[in-house]
Design a protein around this ligand. Structure first.
Ligand code: 13P
Ligand code: SF4
Length: 309
């Protein structure tokens, strides 16, 4: 059996021989983040994918993120350690139902969150991520009604920030919707000196306790820059790894979910392991395959996002 150190050196050798780049999201296990060439939030990963000159993109994240990398790099091979790493938000917005929703508002401008399938992106006018959603929505012509999918909590947050009214698809994330307001308040009482930082996919009763709301990268940058020394972190616990690397002297308390677990992990993100990462590079499979017509249709709204960001 390979140790993590063996796996890391084999992965590093494969990176060179394949001319591969490893992109990892902050919700990946620490060992994967440590071996990656680039760790980022959804926007930064899409931007990194758009400008890489590697021949192979190994995407350590979930399926819709790897799809985005493929759409922006149609001639490159995109590998992902586990094809089953999906996303509850994306799954809760099936393309046929979304098409029917859109048909009810035929003149609306459609803004879709990047956590959606390529088929939903293909039906959208522009894509956004949690870090640029406010900026993107602000650029939609004032006279257009906006449909926003699939995360209703991010949608409400953006409505508040921009003052724009939007019709929301009723989606949510199984990880962020189960943070407990009661446990968060208990933690705040125990640690009155801590700041609360939260991801906008959390529900309103949780978000109203936050001192800062932002994307994973936004949260990370905030805690590193803040003069405060203690933070209650209300998002997937993988982000704590970079916080501890970037500001090791500070204290980070992961907010607990309502399911009895001590901290909150995304079951899809955590399907990827160092062992599977090594195997997918060694065997050059599983590979992300996406029909050409979907790639073409989803590319325009994604490129519009990159231009508007
Ligand atoms: P970020 O874009 O903030 O990294 O969020 C991605 C995600 O899946 C949050 O659950
Ligand atoms: Fe999807 Fe939620 Fe996991 Fe993010 S944390 S990948 S939104 S299921």
């Amino acid at each position: 059996v390979d140790t993590d150190v063996d796996l890391e050196s084999k992965i590093n050798a494969l990176k060179k021989s394949l001319n591969a780049v490893i992109l990892a999201h902050y919700y990946q296990e620490s060992e994967i983040q440590d071996v990656a060439d680039f760790v980022g939030d959804s926007l930064a990963l899409a931007q990194a994918a758009a400008k890489t000159d590697a021949d192979v993109i190994v995407f350590c994240g979930v399926h819709f993120m790897a799809e985005t990398a493929k759409i922006l790099n149609p001639t490159k091979q995109v590998l992902l350690p586990d094809l089953k790493a999906g996303c509850s938000l994306s799954d809760r917005c099936p393309p046929a139902a979304f098409q029917a929703f859109k048909a009810k508002h035929p003149d609306a401008f459609v803004v879709s969150y990047v956590n959606s399938s390529a088929a939903v992106k293909a039906m959208s006018d522009v894509i956004c991520t949690s870090s640029n959603a406010v900026k993107i929505v602000s650029q939609v012509p004032q006279d257009r009604q906006i449909l926003f999918a699939p995360d209703q909590h991010l949608g409400r947050h953006v409505m508040k920030q921009t003052g724009r009214d939007m019709v929301l698809w009723p989606g949510s994330c199984i990880v962020h919707e189960i943070f407990s307001e009661k446990k968060l308040v208990q933690l705040k009482v125990e640690h009155p000196d801590a700041e609360v930082v939260a991801h906008p996919e959390c529900e309103q009763p949780v978000l109203r306790h936050a001192d800062f709301i932002g994307s994973t990268k936004g949260i990370l940058d905030y805690v590193v820059a803040s003069p405060k020394q203690k933070f209650i972190v209300v998002t997937e616990a993988g982000i704590l790894h970079q916080m501890k690397l970037k500001a090791p002297q500070k204290t980070y308390i992961p907010a607990p979910p309502d399911n009895g677990c001590a901290c909150n992990e995304c079951p899809y993100m955590r399907l990827n392991t160092l062992q599977k990462l090594y195997q997918c590079m060694r065997d050059r499979t599983p590979e992300l395959i996406l029909p050409e017509h979907l790639q073409t249709a989803a590319r325009a709204p994604l490129q519009r996002m990159l231009e508007w960001s």
